[in-house]
Design a protein around this ligand. Structure first.
Ligand code: HEC
Length: 230
């Protein structure tokens, strides 16, 4: 688990859009857990993905996250609301889903969501994996009818079929929605940011860390404090 933590953190240090399988071997070799922990000052990420085909799993999750075909009319992806350009939020008071329907709640950022013990404002899910398919089947978000419809869409894409076979040894017939959720969660675990004065004080036990040291002058991670997003 600790080495997965390290890899996730290393991935997070890559500039936007650079997670590619062939860019990783040298990176993971030069990434020591100590260096990463010192750099980000964050607590360990729970529920680490299994190390098998981790890079491909994260890439698969990222593709699913941005894929509008995983919605009833092809108009909504996770990124429609959790927009990476805006720190994985939408900037709206209440989320706007399919057919411009308004939800009841504000869209939280996914940065460091991996570290939280529970998901959603009311904590009704206990992990990223158990959360990930909820929006897909939510009638005012992605509005996919059911698992059958979701898996049907995925089976139409030969790149998905190849990726699920490689990562989960799943054939189009055995593919499951929980594997879709696992891949998305693996991607979300890479969305980490740290090294704010708060992180160094709270997690790094640096009693000299003070909000005024952070570039934004705030004790919460602000835009200028974020290390990087994938
Ligand atoms: C229509 C906008 C919208 C879409 C699309 C959407 N989300 Fe969200 N997301 C929200 C809102 C709003 C909440 C908070 C809802 C609540 O607390 O009841 C949320 C909460 C979350 C959380 C919990 C974060 C936390 O800190 O509690 C995660 C994780 C998440 N979404 C991931 C996803 C993923 C993965 C997808 C795509 C499969 C997705 N979301 C699609 C709006 C959206």
């Amino acid at each position: 688990m600790r080495s997965m933590h390290c890899l996730s953190m290393c991935l997070a240090l890559l500039p936007a859009g650079t997670v590619m399988a062939d860019s990783l071997p040298g990176l993971s070799a030069s990434c020591t857990e100590q260096a990463v922990d010192n750099l980000l000052g964050l607590p360990p990420i729970p529920d680490a993905s299994s190390p098998e085909h981790l890079v491909e799993k994260i890439q698969l999750g990222k593709t699913l996250f941005f894929d509008k075909r995983l919605s009833a009319d092809g108009s909504i992806s996770c990124a429609s609301c959790h927009n990476p350009e805006r720190g994985f939020i939408d900037g709206l008071p209440r989320a706007q889903g399919i057919h411009r329907q308004l939800g009841t709640r504000n869209t939280p950022t996914l940065v460091n969501a991996a570290i939280a013990g529970t998901q959603f404002w009311d904590g009704r899910r206990d992990s990223l994996k158990s959360q990930a398919t909820d929006p897909l089947f939510n009638p005012i978000e992605h509005a996919v009818n059911d698992e059958a419809q979701l898996l049907h869409t995925i089976r139409q894409d030969i790149q998905y079929v190849a990726a699920f076979e490689k990562v989960y040894a799943a054939s189009p017939e055995t593919l499951m929605a929980t594997q879709v959720a696992q891949a998305i969660a693996a991607y979300e675990r890479t969305l980490v940011a740290g090294n704010s004065a708060f992180d160094r004080y709270r997690y790094g036990h640096d009693k000299t860390a003070h909000p005024s040291q952070s570039p934004s002058g705030s004790d919460a991670p602000g835009k200028t404090d974020l290390v990087a997003f994938i």
